[in-house]
Design a protein around this ligand. Sequence first.
Ligand code: NAP
Ligand code: GLV
Length: 328
Amino acid sequence: MPNRPTIYVTRRIPEVGLLQVRRVCEVWLWEGELPPPKGVILQEVADCDGLLCLLTDPIDAEVIGAGKRLRVISQFAVGVDNIDLAAATARGIPVGHTPGVLTEATADLAFALLTAAARRLPEGIEKVRAGKWRTWEPLGLLGAAVWEATVGIVGLGRIGTAVARRARGFGMRVLYYDRTRKPDLEAELGLEYVEMDDLLARADFVTLHCPLTPQTHHLIGEEALRRMKPKAVLVNTARGPVVETNALVQALKEGWIAAAALDVTDPEPLPPDHPLLELPNCIVVPHIGSATVAARDRMAVMAAENLLAGLRGERLPYCANPEVYGGG
Ligand code: NAP
Ligand code: GLV
């Protein structure tokens, strides 16, 4: 690249990725712990050749329109629901993302949440910390068995498949629903394809792994929650708005389902006085699906590689809007 392009990076990411970008670019880095306000992003993209952003940044048509010189957007995440892909494509801007390198970390977290909710780990930890552990109790903190239970996976993509492999290791019967049936995976892993209503009615654990799109927004609302078994557990490591929060609060309060374990919420973050945080049968962790050192380092490198490819005018190695190149 003859001239050093200017890049706006909306938060500090692992150094291994930033170093790659700094070698060839002028980097403007938002140093705040919290995301930059949209007004700041609008100002900064106006003079940038590239944008390296996070899932917490609203990269909508206004931001994309403000980036008159923008040649590439590189997201440090696999989900791109915060980015107006159609607006980027219309401007000929490729959008990069980070699939694959966070799959196993996120599947580990989904399974950890599933097990923690089944066996009521937070309640047990709380009991010990509060000095209320007085004896071994034959009827205390009884939970649900994971071994040989039935799990329903919504969205059998990279992460959903990685969860299916874990579930098979726990002797579980695995049902899945996806907009696309996956016969090869069914045969390889011994999975059963079912319609969504059937999955909800039969699963002891329902775990969500679809992207947030207009089709999946509020996929799990009152109707879906009422279809689930009263002993069922809902696990969400996809995106908060896939679940209708008010309906979930009511379901947990009134016992339509037994428990929920959430890595993602709507809104995100939840305010400290949110009703979900007062429920003993609800586990919430702060969107840490990909939060291992290894996964975040690999995401940073991938985000840098996407960004630099876009600046060189090359096809992005991991592009979320391949239609920008015409003909896919
Ligand atoms: P992926 O490989 O693209 O898998 C998504 C799956 O969902 C695909 O099989 C897709 O079907 C299916 N799907 C799409 N729309 C659907 C619909 N309307 N109904 C049912 N299934 C549908 O993506 P991934 O890498 O597994 O990631 C999945 C999502 O997890 C991301 O989009 C992100 O939101 C979330 N995520 C969260 C964390 C976290 O930290 N909690 C970390 C990583 C990812 P097709 O095969 O037809 O496309
Ligand atoms: C995290 O949520 C991601 O989409 O990578």
